[in-house]
Design a protein around this ligand. Structure first.
Ligand code: SAM
Length: 287
């Protein structure tokens, strides 16, 4: 193998991208072309055109979203909380640079404000230009892009609160570490209405069970309702991915009310995603 740009290798006339999830797990993707590669003040950003997954957004060597399966994660992190809240009007997205979450939230005409707080403007620019399969065109005037650290944003005073907060973060490395800490979750609580709720991606139950448990513990120390749900995302290591909700009031989804045009989420998924396999149930904090 001949070494090329960081994370990429030339094998004969083929280019391969290697995602290193952990010491003993590396996943290889054959690449047609490096479409974009830049280093921002926060991270290394690539858009790679892959053979099987189409264009993919890669941050610091970790796949975030691909044309083939990006809709699964983005639909699951948005439509589940927006279905549980009966009348969301103000929504905050923290992270979400591929714009897929904002695109899904914009499907709700009753939502008046969509604040998207992303630390890295270069991720948004690259995704809008080279990953339209995920970002869409996002011309919706309700989406306010705010380029700053989400942990600083939720400490600021505002004259309005949110109904739903979606923490669409990268894995807890670099600038995303603070998005998994107790202090941040407390600030989210303070930014929510008295019946508001938040959701975050909470990693793989196979490979990072301790992280899933810690997120639950932290949220349980703040929110009266904490629930876990799952989806299958082929490009996330292990395939099976968890999301954790923290809610001040609402607990149950209302699948019959769901009427959006989606590729993964439907009424049945909204019901079934809360059904957990036994090994995941064993990771639930029950007290
Ligand atoms: N679906 C993806 C996944 O789980 O792999 C995550 C999507 S999104 C690309 C994650 C975004 O979080 C990135 O664009 C990154 O720049 C942003 N981010 C990381 N730390 C942040 C912070 N402290 N404040 C705001 N955005 C942050």
């Amino acid at each position: 193998m001949m070494k090329m740009e960081k994370y990429l290798q030339q094998v004969g006339d083929e280019i391969w991208f290697t995602e290193i999830d952990r010491d003993n797990l590396k996943i290889n993707y054959r690449i047609k072309e490096v479409v974009y590669s830049e280093t921002s003040p926060f991270q290394h950003i690539m858009i790679l055109d892959s053979y099987d997954f189409g264009p993919m957004l890669v941050l610091d060597g970790a796949i975030q979203s691909t044309a083939l399966d990006g809709y699964i994660y983005n639909e699951m992190i948005t439509h589940i909380p927006l279905n549980i809240h009966p009348n969301p009007k103000n929504v905050l997205i923290i992270g979400g640079g591929d714009c897929g979450a904002a695109r899904e939230v914009a499907k709700y005409p009753g939502i008046q404000r969509i604040d998207m707080v992303e630390i890295d403007e270069m991720v948004v620019k690259a995704s809008k230009k080279y990953l339209k399969e995920v970002s869409g065109d996002l011309s919706d005037p309700r989406v306010n892009f705010i380029f700053k650290d989400g942990t600083a944003f939720v400490k600021e005073k505002r004259d309005y609160l949110y109904d739903v907060i979606i923490v669409d973060s990268s894995d807890p490395v670099g600038p995303a570490v603070k998005l998994f800490e107790l202090e941040f979750y407390k600030d989210l609580y303070n930014n929510l209405h008295e019946d508001g709720l938040m959701v975050c991606q909470s990693e793989s139950p196979f490979f990072y069970p301790e992280m899933m448990v810690n997120i639950q513990k932290r949220l349980k120390s703040i929110f009266p309702v904490v629930k876990l749900y799952m989806a299958t995302v082929p490009t996330y290591p292990g395939g099976f991915w968890s999301f954790t909700l923290g809610s001040k009031k609402y607990r149950e989804p209302n699948p019959e009310a769901f009427d959006k045009d989606t590729k993964y989420v439907n009424k049945g998924i909204i019901k079934s995603c809360f059904q957990l396999p036994n090994f995941v149930k064993d990771l639930l904090i029950t007290d």
